[in-house]
Design a protein around this ligand. Structure first.
Ligand code: ZN
Length: 149
């Protein structure tokens, strides 16, 4: 059988893992994306349900964006107010972003990246696995896996 996350053929016994509320059979490599399921639970999961696999390549804002922005600003000897004037945004907004209270929306993020010469996003592969409930043909639980490329 093939790994339900990356699609490569599994040699030997697949790992059973749980991500969000979905149970998956995966390869060695992908086992780290979820919690291992005990053998007792594995038996229950024998009845396989069809699954939809969607892969998206997306840019996600890095989690340490507040520090990256603050350090870049301080390296250039700029106050929050200086930075705000230069990118035509409010100082209060910059403060909240630097404290991690809010994530910069795309327009603000691009101005920060350009002015401070930094990168605030990382390219990731987001895999969404959706179980389909056979009886009702409705979409069941979605497991989301994010991998750095
Ligand atoms: Zn895999």
């Amino acid at each position: 059988m093939n790994c339900e996350i990356c699609g490569t053929e599994i040699k030997g016994i697949p790992h059973r893992i749980k991500i969000d509320r979905s149970e998956l059979s995966v390869c060695n490599n992908c086992a780290r994306y979820g919690e291992a399921i005990t053998t007792v639970e594995t038996k229950k999961a024998r009845a396989r349900v069809p699954m939809l696999r969607n892969v998206y390549n997306i840019d996600e804002v890095i989690s340490n964006y507040p520090e990256v922005i603050r350090k870049a600003r301080q390296t250039r000897n700029l106050t929050v107010e200086d930075l705000a004037v230069n990118i035509k945004e409010k100082a209060s907004l910059i403060k909240r972003i630097e404290r991690g209270k809010i994530m910069p929306e795309e327009g603000v993020r691009k101005k920060l990246e350009q002015f401070l010469d930094i990168k605030l996003t990382t390219h990731i592969e987001k895999i969404e696995l959706t179980h389909i409930t056979p009886k009702t043909l409705t979409l069941g639980d979605v497991a989301t896996i994010k991998r750095k490329r």
